[in-house]
Design a protein around this ligand. Structure first.
Ligand code: NAP
Length: 290
């Protein structure tokens, strides 16, 4: 099968490289030549836009930013639908709202394209190591065809349900990771203001019920004051906004998510949006008179 990949940023670049390593015949496109270059050097073919990628492929993946970008790539002028041959499977792996994913899937279906929503968890490290967790929504037969490609990019691959179900799962993931990263920042700031070494607190708590990979990995990054993204704070703000929109639509109370969403809003407003979400620690420090 011929495979296409669109969007070669922090996540998309290593994911596409892993498809190449998996032996797939790969065609890529990104807006900027600089983003395309590492893939072309590694042996991928380059295309001039999403329609050209779609014209030459059986399966096309995208890993862009938000719903508007997915819509543009899939359905905009020169988008995937414009070049699609019959039977094309389009797999969007970006994190977008479940309702947006369903809407795009419906519009693509009317043009003969089957869409899977397949957002991921595991961050840049998981993307590089082919260790992503991939949560999929959509048609079972299409999922079966794409499974070998998912296996080149991820370790845990689950078909959750119909269209949008992958994005619902990712929203659950973002509730858990968002609330936890903020809780770690809050706890470390509390320790420091109490005159206690946050590094020792982390070390002690890693052996107890408060253990989490976020305490371990993100906690260490906070201690190292390594705020380079990783996962940009504005992206986590985007994801908490998705969660809050869904809560509004469903008439649901999500108090912890609401507080976390507010904190990411404040990070973006105070100029921390392009830093990793572990820079939440800086916000707590600023609000503690530091
Ligand atoms: P990123 O480094 O900013 O990459 C996004 C890429 O998409 C950029 O290369 C950008 O191109 C391209 N893009 C955006 N809009 C586009 C459009 N309309 N048309 C064509 N290309 C477009 O972001 P990332 O960290 O890889 O995140 C990508 C997605 O994965 C997001 O939905 C994010 O929420 C999700 N995600 C990220 C992580 C993580 O740890 N980073 C983990 C899980 C999920 P330009 O370079 O030209 O701007």
């Amino acid at each position: 099968m011929k495979v296409g990949f669109i969007g070669l940023g922090i996540m998309g670049r290593p994911m596409a490289l892993n498809l190449l390593k998996g032996g797939f015949d790969l065609t890529v496109w990104a807006r900027r030549d600089a983003s395309m270059a590492p893939l072309l050097e590694a042996g991928a073919k380059g295309a001039t836009g999403p329609a050209e990628v779609a014209a030459g492929c059986d399966v096309v993946f995208s890993m862009v930013s938000d719903a508007a970008d997915v819509e543009q790539v899939a359905l905009g002028a020169g988008g995937v639908a414009d070049g699609a041959r019959p039977g094309l499977i389009y797999v969007d792996m970006s994190t977008i709202a479940p309702a947006a994913a369903q809407g795009i899937a419906e519009r693509l279906a009317a043009r003969g394209v089957t869409m899977l929503d397949a957002p991921v968890s595991g961050g840049e490290v998981g993307a590089i190591n082919a260790g992503l967790t991939i949560m999929v929504g959509g048609d079972e037969a299409a999922f079966g065809k794409v499974k070998p490609m998912f296996a080149s990019m991820g370790k845990s691959v689950t078909l959750i349900g119909g269209s949008g179900a992958g994005q619902v799962t990712k929203a659950c993931n973002q509730i858990l990771t968002g609330v936890t990263v903020v809780a770690v920042a809050e706890a470390f700031n509390f320790a420091r203001k109490s005159g206690v070494d946050a590094g020792k607190v982390r070390e002690a708590l890693l052996g107890g019920f408060a253990y989490s990979r976020i305490l371990e990995n993100h906690g260490q990054r906070m201690l190292d004051r390594n705020f380079k993204p990783g996962f940009k704070a504005w992206m986590h703000q985007k994801d908490m906004n998705i969660v809050m929109q869904e809560a509004h639509r469903l008439g649901l109370m999500l108090p912890n998510s609401a507080a976390t969403a507010q904190l990411f809003n404040a990070m973006v407003g105070s100029g921390l949006g392009e830093e990793d979400s572990v820079a939440a620690l800086k916000l707590f420090e600023q609000l503690s008179g530091d």
